[in-house]
Design a binder for this molecule. Structure first.
Ligand SMILES: [Zn+2]
Length: 100
């Protein structure tokens, strides 16, 4: 699925996730814009440990989307800052980034 950013029809401000009212102008009409790509600002590794099982490693990144808003996305592997990525929503509704 595509990652959709909401653009305020009245003032053009863009947000993710969606809001009921625009914080900038109070407008309540939105135009969805697809954010297909972005740039990694910073990434981090989160390690989950459950009992005796092996550590489960999750890579997370803050990504500046090509539409402007910043989102938190999952990565398959660590990438350097400023890496260009493709963005999409996976089957469990998480934002996923893939290095280009
Ligand atoms: Zn607005």
């Amino acid at each position: 699925m595509n990652l959709e950013i909401m653009r305020c029809t009245r003032c053009g401000s863009k947000f993710f996730p969606a809001r009921y009212f625009c914080p900038s102008c109070g407008g309540d009409e939105w135009t969805p814009r697809v954010a297909e790509s972005g740039t990694v600002l910073e990434s981090t590794v989160v390690r989950h440990r459950a009992g005796e099982q092996q550590a489960h490693v999750v890579h997370l990144a803050t990504v500046q989307t090509n539409e402007g808003p910043i989102v938190i996305a999952r990565l398959d592997a660590a990438v350097p800052d400023r890496t260009s990525v493709l963005l999409e929503i996976d089957d469990t509704h998480r934002i996923v980034a893939r290095a280009l």
